[in-house]
Design a protein around this ligand. Structure first.
Ligand SMILES: [Zn+2]
Length: 78
């Protein structure tokens, strides 16, 4: 499928992506979400029915598989 962004000649490819979600002020990452990603500009289309199923699954089984450090982007670095 051709990219939906104007002036982009790319095509969407099936990929697995990571996405950050926030719920009740807590952020969490989900890896391996099936998505369509433009091979030129990187525009990403998530299948929202898949995401919805996944978020429900997380509610049922809230233990994460992995833990990762979180860094804050600070003025000192910029
Ligand atoms: Zn594109």
């Amino acid at each position: 499928m051709k990219c939906t962004l104007r002036d982009c000649s790319g095509e969407y490819q099936e990929r697995r992506v990571s996405q950050v979600f926030t719920r009740d002020g807590q952020s969490f990452v989900v890896e391996g979400i099936p998505a369509m990603v433009c091979d030129v500009c990187g525009d990403t289309i998530l299948n929202w029915s898949t995401v919805d199923r996944l978020l429900r699954a997380i509610e049922v089984r809230p233990e994460p598989e992995k833990f990762l450090p979180v860094y804050l982007f600070d003025k000192e670095v910029a």
